[in-house]
Design a protein around this ligand. Structure first.
Ligand SMILES: Nc1nc2c(c(=O)[nH]1)N[C@H]1C(S)=C(S)[C@@H](COP(=O)(O)OP(=O)(O)OC[C@H]3O[C@@H](n4cnc5c(=O)[nH]c(N)nc54)[C@H](O)[C@@H]3O)O[C@H]1N2
Ligand SMILES: Nc1nc2c(c(=O)[nH]1)N[C@H]1C(S)=C(S)[C@@H](COP(=O)(O)OP(=O)(O)OC[C@H]3O[C@@H](n4cnc5c(=O)[nH]c(N)nc54)[C@H](O)[C@@H]3O)O[C@H]1N2
Ligand code: SF4
Ligand SMILES: [Mo]
Length: 723
């Protein structure tokens, strides 16, 4: 039987990929509701055609048969579809019932990372949070960028006033614990970092990477130095010490006048000489001195630290010192240094400055930040009985069973709750514990403007993307779910709140975006202008922003020296007790991963397994481990069995496992991810190992033991099972 060739009616849509922080422009060719291709948009002034392999996952996610298209309820015999009105009524009633029985704070909420990449979500989440009336709030922030927020709150008066490296113009970039070639950059929105770093070298500049692993970024850098995990604080202190010792300290005159405590920094790192830290860090005194000299003598330079220095035992002090180094070498607010973005929608003006330690978590007594307790406190709050124990829980765009330390413990804690609801696309390791899952629309069905990441962009731009596909009647946006729950939970809200909710519902979050643009710094950037410029508009390179950028009333940079100096006692204690023999576990990202949630895209997981234990040949030999062999890795909290990948990419004494795997848990419904299950590194990371100053989790530098699994034992085990 012959059939007529079907006519393809190709249409073109431009948008911003919202999967990571890089904000790449993409061109989507489609025929009606069918995606034909996703490519980089050469006319996007910011990304100029660059994309990474994940962009195509937007199609996979949209078409994924495992993605929930409507609410589901967990019954004795499995998940059953339920209508939106029934689901929302039930969720609201069950939340209220938990709160009536056990108190408002007995219901907890966790916000995951994708919420920040979602325009409607970002602009309306406060409505949901207010209506929940609970102080038991948590988010992925405390296993991520929390130190950045605290440093910016202290110094510049607002948690979101975070300066970023001026990568496009710097002559020397020191990258400590960041791997932008895999992550595509973080707290530094900068598409195509490979090109940007190559450009630095091409203009006779230098890129220096400090990392326990010779990463993809280290591979293209001018030089790379291994460092023992979680000892960066010593390197940074020695750098501060050396900057003064070599007479390089020169705060630029504009900034000097704004920093009353600057003179105290001269003695901050007293005693932390390069010689005194060389042994523990693994970087020689001569190398530290040379790095300082070259950093200070470069025409411009910037010190940038990311996950590797944030999510470890000295996260906050390390980020502080990184900032201090930029200040005392005159690199803050200067071209090629650390500069403040000037986004068209400036969330700094519409949100509170943040606060640390107003309250403390009930069980572990850890400080809250901006109304959120650290994620490491979450499981205990559910498991430990007493007044205020969590009995109900909402997870919004998060998968904390795989993404937070001691995931097994949280897994168990979630299974004991009276009621749980998840807002998620999938039945995941976390949402499988929910009684009801409320799934939002796919990214291609929503408008997008990067409310968050324009604030961290290395060049000022603005771009609005309308939805490509319209949602079906049985789908809801995240913001619609938030508002409809808020309506049900908080019927007596003040009139102003009710009005804002009604207006947002009537006009969509686009209306809030329009307001944000109106009060932003560019009077001629309106929503209409953005609609007329589908590739985005260029608002120019970063420019000097001090003193206007400072949000403290006195317009001064508050170095808060006493607060940070007090943490040096902990550093000295670490030095005294340092165990050089300990095997330390660190994390790893791959360009085709996205935390725990893109493993259901076949294009992204195919090929060799990426969930391996990387370790150096010497470390492998010491433990009798050969390449490919299964290894039992054990920490204080648990153990996993994982195949070894022996490579000299890792520093001896350090092992690395990527996070986001562990899809083998019973009840997960993501077929491709399950077939590439891997193990969860967060079954090893420890909820008691934290940065005590900030409450941030410490997933880098976790002590572990290694045990090669004897092939014959393994075969015997298999034989036993088969028999
Ligand atoms: N050991 C270790 N652990 C880590 C890290 C590490 O480096 N090492 N990194 C940490 C970091 S930086 C982060 S940010 C966290 C991430 O931690 P989480 O945010 O808890 O986890 P994700 O894996 O991002 O899971 C996001 C979930 O949201 C769903 N989702 C995606 N988009 C949307 C949406 O638009 N709406 C809704 N409602 N749901 C959506 C996905 O299906 C997925 O289940 O992990 C942290 N955990
Ligand atoms: N492809 C991909 N991209 C992503 C994500 C993803 O999962 N996959 N996640 C996104 C998210 S949520 C975030 S927050 C960003 C994170 O962005 P990055 O911080 O750039 O990402 P990582 O790859 O975690 O880089 C951390 C680096 O620190 C090193 N490291 C570990 N411990 C230490 C230490 O003690 N000292 C030093 N100096 N280095 C150390 C690790 O080896 C690693 O190279 O990436 C985002 N982009
Ligand atoms: S780098 Fe990030 S924003 Fe760019 S295409 Fe990849 S996932 Fe999307
Ligand atoms: Mo993150």
């Amino acid at each position: 039987m012959s059939s007529e060739p079907t006519q393809v009616n190709e249409q073109t849509h431009f948008r911003t990929c919202n999967l990571c922080e890089a904000m790449c422009g993409i061109v989507i060719k489609h025929d009606g509701e069918k995606v034909l291709s996703i490519k980089g948009d050469k006319d996007d002034p910011f990304s100029q055609g660059y994309i990474c392999p994940k962009a195509t996952a937007l199609q996979d996610l949209h078409e994924d048969p495992d993605r929930l298209r409507g609410p589901v309820e967990r019954m004795a015999d499995g998940w059953k579809a339920i209508s939106w009105p029934d689901a929302l009524d039930k969720v609201a009633a069950r939340i209220q019932s938990v709160q009536q029985k056990h108190g408002k704070n007995a219901f907890g909420v966790y916000l995951g990372n994708p919420n920040v990449h979602n325009m409607g979500g970002m602009l309306t989440i406060k409505q949901l949070l207010t209506s929940l009336k609970t102080r038991s709030r948590f988010s992925a922030t405390s296993i991520d960028q929390l130190p950045h927020h605290i440093v910016s709150m202290h110094l510049f008066g607002h948690m979101l006033r975070i300066p970023v490296p001026d990568v496009n113009r710097t002559q020397y970039m020191l990258i400590i614990g960041g791997n932008p070639l895999a992550s595509n950059g973080s707290i530094m929105t900068a598409p195509n970092m490979r090109q940007k770093l190559k450009d630095i070298k091409a203009r006779d500049g230098k890129v220096v990477v400090i990392d326990p692993r010779r990463t993809e970024t280290a591979d293209i850098a001018s030089e790379h130095h291994f460092i023992r995990p979680a000892t960066d604080v010593l390197l940074l202190l020695a750098m501060v010490n050396e900057i003064y010792a070599q007479g390089y300290a020169k705060v630029n005159s504009r900034v000097a006048g704004l920093t009353p405590e600057i003179d105290r920094i001269a003695s901050f790192a007293e005693g932390f000489t390069p010689e005194s830290v060389a042994d523990i860090t693994g970087i020689t005194a001569a190398e530290i001195k040379r790095i300082v000299k070259e950093f200070c003598e470069a025409e411009s330079s910037v010190c940038y630290g990311r996950m590797g220095i944030s999510v470890q035992e000295f996260g906050l002090l390390s980020q502080y010192l990184s900032m201090v180094i930029n200040i005392i070498t005159g690199r803050l607010d200067e071209v090629g240094g650390l500069m403040f973005p000037n986004p068209a929608v400036d969330v700094v003006n519409s949100s509170g400055p943040g606060y640390l330690g107003k309250r403390h978590s009930r069980v572990s007594n850890l400080p809250d930040f901006n109304g959120e307790y650290p994620v490491v406190a979450m499981a205990d709050e559910m498991l430990v009985e007493g007044e205020g124990q969590l009995k109900g829980f909402m997870s919004v765009a998060g998968n904390p069973v795989l993404s937070t330390p001691n995931g097994e413990k949280l897994d168990e804690a979630l299974s004991g709750l009276e009621f749980m609801v998840s807002l998620d696309y999938f039945v995941t390791e976390t949402s499988r514990h929910a009684n009801i899952i409320l799934p939002p629309v796919s990214p291609l069905e929503r408008d997008h403007y990067d409310v968050t990441f324009n604030g961290f962009a290395v060049h000022n731009v603005a771009k609005y993307s309308p939805a490509l596909f319209s949602k079906t009647d049985n789908e809801k946006h995240d913001w619609e779910i938030y508002l409809e729950l808020a309506d049900r939970l908080d019927k007596d809200a003040p009139e102003a709140t009710q009005k804002e909710r009604a207006a947002t519902k009537a006009f969509g979050p686009k209306f809030l975006l329009e307001q944000g643009l109106k009060y932003g710094p560019y009077k001629d950037v309106t929503l209409d202008v953005l609609i007329d410029n589908p590739h985005g508009i260029d608002l120019g390179p970063l420019h000097r922003m001090l003193p206007e950028a400072i949000k403290h009333a006195d317009k001064q940079i508050n170095l808060n020296v006493d607060f940070y100096e007090a943490d040096l006692a902990r550093v000295k204690e670490m030095m005294q007790q340092y165990d050089h023999q300990e095997i330390l576990l660190i994390g790893r990202r791959h360009v085709r991963s996205n935390n725990s949630w893109l493993h259901n895209s076949y294009r992204l997981v195919k090929g060799k397994s990426r969930c391996t234990l990387m370790l150096h040949p010497e470390t492998a030999a010491q433990h009798g481990i050969t390449d490919g062999q299964d290894v039992k890795v054990t920490s204080r909290v648990g153990s996993v069995v994982i195949a070894a990948e022996v490579t000299d990419e890792l520093m001896p004494g350090v092992v690395s496992i990527p996070h986001g795997f562990g899809h083998g848990r019973k009840g997960v419904k993501q077929k491709i991810a399950q077939a590439h299950a891997g193990v969860s590194v967060n079954d090893l990371t420890d909820d008691t190992l934290i940065d005590q100053l900030s409450g941030n989790a410490a997933v880098n530098g976790v002590p572990v033991q290694l045990e090669a699994i004897d092939v014959s034992t393994e075969e015997a085990l298999v034989d036993n099972v088969m028999a």
